[in-house]
Structure formats: C-alpha cells, structure tokens
Design a protein around this ligand. Structure first.
Ligand code: PHB
Length: 394
C-alpha cells in the first residue's frame, strides 16, 4: 500500500504519541499548589489610591474566573513599595527571594518599576507592570518575561501633544515631577507638539512627590503660554489642579495633560477640574458592552467607580490568564506561557488591544473632557498608538 507523505504510518505515529503523552500527563492544574502572585504596589503615600485600584481590578478579574486561572488557585503576597525607588530592590526581593512568587505584579512609580525590571531580568521572574510607564521597561530593559498592561510614558504625553496641536495652540509650557514619568511624558508631548508646528517654551520641574507649586505657577503666569501641559498623578494631581485654579490661571491659560491629571481624583478637585481636557487610553462613557459590564461589576463589588488604574490591574490579570490558560496552569511550560501572554489580544474595558513585541500595549488614546465627576470621552487623539520601543533588543 502507498501513502502520500503526510499519511505514512511513521508520520501518523508522531501525533498519536503526542496525544498519548497528553492523555497520560498528570493533570497539572488539579493537584498543583496555587500560583503565587506578588503585588508590589504603593499602599501609602501620594500614589496609595492608585495601588489600591490596581489590586481591586486584578482581584476582580480572578474572581470572575471563579478564583482560578489556567485551572489553578491564586495565592497573593503583598509588599507596600511606598513609591520609594531607594527601597525598591529590597522590596521586590522580598517577593522574589523570600516569598518565592511565580509572578510579580507592580508597580505605579516608574523609578521603583525600573528597579523591579532589573530584578526580574536577573532572576528571570515573570513581571507584569500594571501602571509605571518608564520607557526603558519596554525599551533597553525589555525581556521575554516582562510585559505591561498600561502604557509607556511617551504614549499619553504624545497623545496629549497631538490633542493640543489639534486645538491650535502654538506656545506651551510643561510642568512635571522630575523623574522618569514626568520627563518622558514631557518628551512625548514636545515631540508631537513640535511636529504639529508648536514650541515648548520651557519645562518646569519639581522633585517627586513635592507639591509646593506656587513659585512655578508664578513663572507660568509670567511666561503667558497658550497652553500648559502637566504630568502629575494621585494626591499631587489633586492639589496641582486646585492650586492652578486658585492662582487664577484656569481662566486665562488652558491646562491639559495626560489623563492621570484628572483620573481618580475628580472628587478632590471639584470645580477646579471642570472643562479640563486630557488624553488617555481610558475614559468614562466608553459605551461598549465590555466596558459597561466591567463598570457595573466593579461598582457592585466595591461601591466605587473604576478608573484607569483599575482597568490596568484588571488587564494585568487578563494577561496572566492568557499565559496560564495556554499551558493549562503548567508553569514549567514557561516559553509557551510567555509567548501566549504576549500574543493573546486583550479584551479590555478600554477596547481591544495587542501587545507589541517589546511587551507594551498598542492602543487607542482618547480625548476626554471633565464634566461633573467624569472624564468623558469626547474623541480620539491617536488610534492604535505604538510606543517606538527605542533600544529594545530581544
Ligand atoms: C509613573 O511613575 O510611571 C506613573 C505614576 C502615576 C501615573 C502614571 C505614571 O498615574
């Protein structure tokens, strides 16, 4: 009897052997201990509320899956990183070396996250970054075991620059905390704004997490730009927007920013934020079944409206789930797991997105306007914006 090559008995034996191996393989998920997830997030300091929302979002996704990902229970470990880069290496090693976690999820602050990325590379620990935008994490420090469910700092800065150009502003002043997140979002803003024919007259900075804005606000009043771009977040953003208004600047010089300036802090900012326009990869009022379902569940579970940080935490869990599902909870199939974490499209409340080869989301950036207590979506600044991933070699 003659067979075409694909049907020769020898060829048939291989898939049969593979099938037999699968059938007799131990059911990894059933008897395996929980997957250990270590949260390294701020629970004190300026970014405490952001860390809390990330953890809430992550846990909610896991609960939606019945408490298991890839068939395995999840066990949580936690470290408060205090958004303090000087303690970051010790803190992340508490999770990696002491608790021996399988996956680290963190953090908010770029400076802390840079130390985490170095530790993850050295120990080959899986790291999912649910906020910190430090460009280097998906640039020179990129690695197969590191992914991000959030953004690179360049991205929202660039999107805000496009938005400011569309509004016809020509002369800008930037103001931010002088660390990676401020510097890199300022750079992203300047890149888009200058490409659109504008000019950044001056960049004003103060050390993180200082909130003594008065001298810088006086300088802005003297410079009289068409627009001010700001990067602040959390409690610092709440105070900056109020101080900007109290200094009388809101009436004369529009204040724009990456959406962190008004996300999760509108209660605190009150009337001072009304009408402000920002750019971000999430917004209130994204009217899709996916987002509406997410928001309803979040509100029922936590008696709170979710913000961008909750979405990023939720998506960090979705990325982990994509990896664990692909290998049915078998962490030893590490390469297959990491490949699935990178390649599976994420059905996010913000809209569907994929991760770039460097591990950063390729995503739409919305224009949002503050109305009442919401950052309402009013348009799109840039569709499918990919970080340039400068310096990533893998
Ligand atoms: C950052 O440090 O990367 C950072 C912190 C807070 C934000 C956004 C970025 O809201």
């Amino acid at each position: 009897m003659t067979f075409p090559p694909s049907l020769r008995p020898a060829a048939l034996l291989v898939p049969l052997a593979a099938a037999l191996a699968l059938a007799t393989a131990p059911a990894v998920a059933q008897n395996a201990p929980p997957v250990k997830v270590g949260f390294m997030l701020p629970s004190t300091g300026t970014f405490a509320a952001l860390g809390d929302m990330i953890e809430k979002g992550f846990r909610m996704y896991v609960q939606e899956q019945g408490g298991k990902l890839g068939g395995r229970e999840i066990q949580y470990f936690r470290v408060d990183d205090e958004s303090d880069p000087s303690k970051a290496t010790d803190n992340v090693n508490r999770l990696i070396k002491r608790d021996q976690v399988d996956v680290v999820v963190g953090t908010v602050h770029s400076g802390v996250a840079l130390a985490m990325a170095r530790a993850a590379r050295e120990s080959n620990t899986i790291l999912i970054v649910p906020n910190a935008g430090a460009d280097a994490i998906t640039g020179p420090l990129c690695a197969p075991n590191i992914v991000r469910s959030s953004f690179s700092n360049w991205q929202p800065g660039y999107a805000a620059g496009v938005m400011a150009t569309q509004k016809g502003y020509k002369r800008a002043v930037s103001i931010y905390w002088n660390y990676a997140a401020g510097q890199e979002s300022g750079k992203g803003f300047a890149e888009a704004f200058e490409k659109g024919g504008g000019k950044v007259l001056k960049e004003l900075t103060l050390p993180f997490p200082n909130v003594e804005f008065q001298a810088l606000l006086t300088e802005i009043a003297a410079l009289k730009p068409d627009v001010v771009f700001a990067f602040f977040a959390g409690a610092g953003a709440a105070k900056f927007v109020k101080d900007y208004d109290a200094a009388g600047l809101k009436r004369t010089i529009p204040l724009v920013g990456s959406g962190f300036l008004t996300d999760g802090v509108l209660e605190a900012q009150g009337d001072s934020a009304q009408g402000m326009m920002t750019a971000l990869h999430y917004a209130d009022g994204i009217n899709t079944p996916r987002n509406n379902q997410f928001r309803t569940r979040f509100a029922v579970q936590y008696k709170l409206n979710p913000d961008v940080y909750a979405v990023q935490g939720y998506d960090a869990a979705q990325i982990l789930a994509a990896g664990l599902n692909a290998v049915k909870g078998d962490l030893k199939q590490r390469d297959a797991m990491l490949a699935a974490m990178r390649k599976t499209p994420i059905d996010s409340p913000r809209g569907r997105y994929t991760l770039a080869a460097a591990g950063n989301p390729i995503q739409d950036f919305y224009i949002r306007e503050v109305k009442g207590r919401e950052n309402l979506m009013t348009g799109i600044s840039v569709k499918v914006l990919a970080d340039p991933a400068r310096g990533c070699r893998m």
